[in-house]
Design a protein around this ligand. Structure first.
Ligand SMILES: [Zn+2]
Length: 234
């Protein structure tokens, strides 16, 4: 029995260390995902702004084309007007010239309005693009760092797993079963030490005779929590 206790102690340490590392390892992919989601929401904002900018440019160009057409039509009518002799026809053309002039200036005014809004959007878009670029660089750095940490943690867990296999191989099958059962039911640790005469897991006061057993190196099971009490903390 005595030779089993150091193995139990070592096994419990290895299991605790590997459980902490596993917990940390599980948070890493979530952390990466969270950063990724932040970045994609900023990317979407930038795409929205880019679409808005393109739409505004299309609208402005259409207005500029309309203004050009109205201007061209006005010139056509002006040329036509030189040739007419009839007063009624002349007046009709004057009216059309006025109308075309009015339309040209309306279209141009609207185009200028859109252009000034467009310049604001463009400034905003450029600022966001620069920020996004910085964020992407930062994200790539964070991701690389977290992935390398994850790789390191995985190799530590693998080593702990190998160590565990080696240790459980040395345990008496009955003690091993008992250890595994306690570990599963407690979730944290199956092996604790005696602290001031009490169980280090649940602080249940251990009877004096059992304390003596622990000190003599006998495996004692705590009546309070069912954990294995091995050794004593000074
Ligand atoms: Zn206990």
């Amino acid at each position: 029995m005595k030779d089993q206790i150091p193995i139990l102690v070592e096994l419990s340490r290895a299991d605790q260390a590997s459980s902490q590392i596993r917990e940390r390892a599980q948070t890493i992919p979530k952390e990466i995902l969270r950063h990724e989601q932040d970045l994609s929401s900023h990317r979407r904002a930038s795409e929205d702004l880019e679409n808005k900018l393109e739409e505004s440019m299309r609208e402005r160009r259409a207005l500029e084309r309309d203004a050009d057409q109205a201007r061209a039509r006005r010139r056509e009518v002006e040329v036509q007007q030189f040739r007419v002799k009839n007063q009624v026809e002349y007046q009709a053309l004057t009216k059309e010239i006025e109308e075309m002039r009015r339309r040209t200036s309306d279209f141009e005014e609207k185009a200028i309005e859109i252009l000034s809004e467009e310049e604001e959007v463009k400034k905003e878009f450029e600022k966001l693009t620069e920020l996004l670029q910085q964020e992407e660089e930062r994200f790539n750095e964070i991701k690389t760092r977290l992935e390398s940490e994850l790789g390191e943690l995985k190799s530590v867990v693998d080593a702990a797993e190998a160590k565990r296999q080696e240790l459980v191989g040395k345990l008496d099958p009955k003690i091993r079963q008992r250890y595994e059962r306690i570990l599963r039911s407690k979730g944290d640790m199956a092996v604790v030490s005696l602290v001031d005469g009490a169980c280090g897991g649940c602080f249940y006061q251990i009877p004096a005779q059992r304390v003596g057993d622990v000190r003599r190196g006998t495996l004692v099971i705590c009546e309070g929590c069912g954990r294995m009490i091995v050794g004593e903390d000074a």
